[in-house]
Design a protein around this ligand. Structure first.
Ligand code: DC
Length: 232
């Protein structure tokens, strides 16, 4: 059976990663979290003193260091999902903190970072049979993807999901701060000069504000099977 490329884009914290991972697992495709790659670059910049707490990046230093930043994924046998590696170190937990979330949009807006990550993403997806989620997958990374989704949900519902996620990890988040971070990230992601977040003309829109996980799963699978049928 032909293996296609599936692009899932949309706003922060609308459950894209979880739905992309579940879909990939179910249909036997590889899952790639492109946001994790921008997060890993951000972590690198933080650890090397190249970004201030309010998001000012030493772009000269970071651009020089880009060839030294190796981001990859390895399947975690106990979760059955890929973990993110930065220069050989498993950084899956370190890239999910509020600190990284607060700074990542600034790093992801830099054209040289986007260029490097886009190239890497295109290499990873060369052979098809992948589900990749992010902000510009259907518009810039794989404009010819056979199946594209644009996912969204209301701000408050997305903030509540993120808040619950952080709480479950043992952090003590403040709901208003989580909501403000999410809105700020959406704003930076949608208004940046290079490959901003936008819905591809041929993307199918999924507003999951009031959908259960099962309804969403079934909806995605139905769209996948329809597409496969149309492609064969
Ligand atoms: O999906 P996420 O929240 O882990 O993404 C982290 C950040 O990276 C977010 O601010 C948007 C940015 N991003 C991007 O600019 N392009 C992508 N393809 C994926 C993520």
């Amino acid at each position: 059976m032909k293996k296609i490329t599936i692009a899932i884009d949309g706003h922060s914290s609308c459950g894209k990663s979880t739905m992309a991972k579940d879909l990939a697992q179910e249909i036997g495709y590889i899952y790639i979290d492109s946001g994790a790659m921008y997060r890993a670059c951000t972590l690198y910049a933080m650890r090397h003193g190249m970004i201030t707490a309010d998001g000012k990046v030493d772009t000269v230093a970071l651009e020089n260091q880009m060839p030294q930043i190796d981001v990859s994924f390895q399947l975690n046998a106990s979760t059955g999902r890929p973990d993110t590696y930065l220069n050989g170190e498993n950084v899956e937990a370190a890239i999910r903190t509020m600190e990284v979330s607060n700074l990542v949009s600034h790093v992801a807006a830099l054209p040289f970072v986007r260029l490097a990550m886009t190239r890497l993403q295109q290499q990873m997806g060369e052979a098809g049979g992948i589900v990749m989620d992010g902000r510009d997958i259907g518009t810039a990374v794989f404009p010819n993807a056979e199946l594209k989704f644009f996912v969204t949900a209301s701000d408050e519902i997305r903030a509540q999901r993120r808040y619950d996620e952080l709480k479950a990890k043992g952090e003590q988040p403040d709901f208003e701060a989580v909501l403000a971070n999410l809105r700020e990230r959406d704003h930076i992601d949608s208004t940046r000069a290079v490959n901003p977040l936008r819905q591809a003309d041929d993307a199918l829109v999924l507003d999951n504000s009031h959908m259960t996980k099962d309804e969403q799963r079934q909806w995605l699978l139905d769209r996948f099977h329809e597409r496969i049928e149309a492609c064969s």
